[in-house]
Write a protein that binds this ligand. Sequence first.
Ligand SMILES: *[C@@H]1O[C@H](CO)[C@@H](O)[C@H](O)[C@H]1NC(C)=O
Ligand SMILES: *[C@@H]1O[C@H](CO)[C@@H](O)[C@H](O)[C@H]1NC(C)=O
Ligand SMILES: [Ca+2]
Length: 333
Amino acid sequence: MAVLRSYSVIFFLIASIQLAASCTWGEYERCPSWDSCSTSCGGGQQCRTCLSCYLSQHKRFCQNCNEYCLNGNSYVGGRCQCARWRSGSCCEACSYIDIPHCVPGQQQCGGSPDGIMCTQCEPGYHSGGYNQGCIDIDECAAGTSGCEQQCHNTQGSYVCSCLSGYWLWTDKHTCNYDNCTFESDSTCAWTDVTSGDDFDWTLTYGARGKYMYIGTSGSRKIGETAWLTSPILRPTFLTERCLQFWYNMNGPSIGLLSVYMTAHGEKPGSLLWRMSFDQGREWKSASVNLSSLEQYQIIIEAVVGNSYFGDIAIDDVTILPTACQQEKRLLIG
Ligand SMILES: *[C@@H]1O[C@H](CO)[C@@H](O)[C@H](O)[C@H]1NC(C)=O
Ligand SMILES: *[C@@H]1O[C@H](CO)[C@@H](O)[C@H](O)[C@H]1NC(C)=O
Ligand SMILES: [Ca+2]
């Protein structure tokens, strides 16, 4: 009985001490704050030594440092795990990575959240900012393409094209008027002028399809003229262009067929090419070099000869973007 009582007293005492100190077995108190990390980003530790509240035993607690990885990167598996564009033990350095269409060396890390951006993209691209790479510039939408008629955006570039009836010059931007075969019941962009000359070119049909001609029978008088004018053509600048066409001058009293160039509205302008008299039954081709620093028009003039056997016809008017290749007989007068 006395033994039992003495145990009861001991248990009572222990319980009283624990209550008085609010101390629970296994807990520690009087823990100092964590010390600083011994090394940064290199697997360092920070430790503190705490006192057991019950038995006054010291216990050391340690943990890995992870707050030193820079730029939002975290410490996992004993080291900083850096984003693709970061390197260094604390992810402090900006690494070169392949950003498509970025000029080499033109990269920069930063931003929030951290990222990498290209500061200078290749032509045709602009920087999208951090982690957005280089983005194609839509030159068509931006209106910077310089395409005269139609524009199609492509990755890194754009392609100009022309409306039906027009064709792209060698500069890849400007459109020129279609070659005129006169087949589509029209004179294409070439027009028969209604003033300044005496009568009209006529669209007609023959063995070689449709073509333009002047009929000299009926009320035509010697010396009367008919003009067919080109659309306004772009300057050729230093290169030349080649006007090609087919003509038929068959008869005993053929007048003249001439090609003029006019740059300031004067009609018909300066003479570039002329053919006169009977040239036989065959259709013949003519090539005329065109050269102008200003925009210009071509006028093809037919002049009535001295009788009604003087029909003149032309067909397949083409303007090539290069000088005429072969030397051609140049007859003036
Ligand atoms: C015009 O004719 C030239 C020479 O035949 C050719 O190179 C060019 O493609 C033609 N253009 C069109 C739109 O047919
Ligand atoms: C056109 O010019 C080129 C080069 O300037 C020359 O070789 C060619 O003979 C010329 N053709 C005609 C028809 O004048
Ligand atoms: Ca583009």
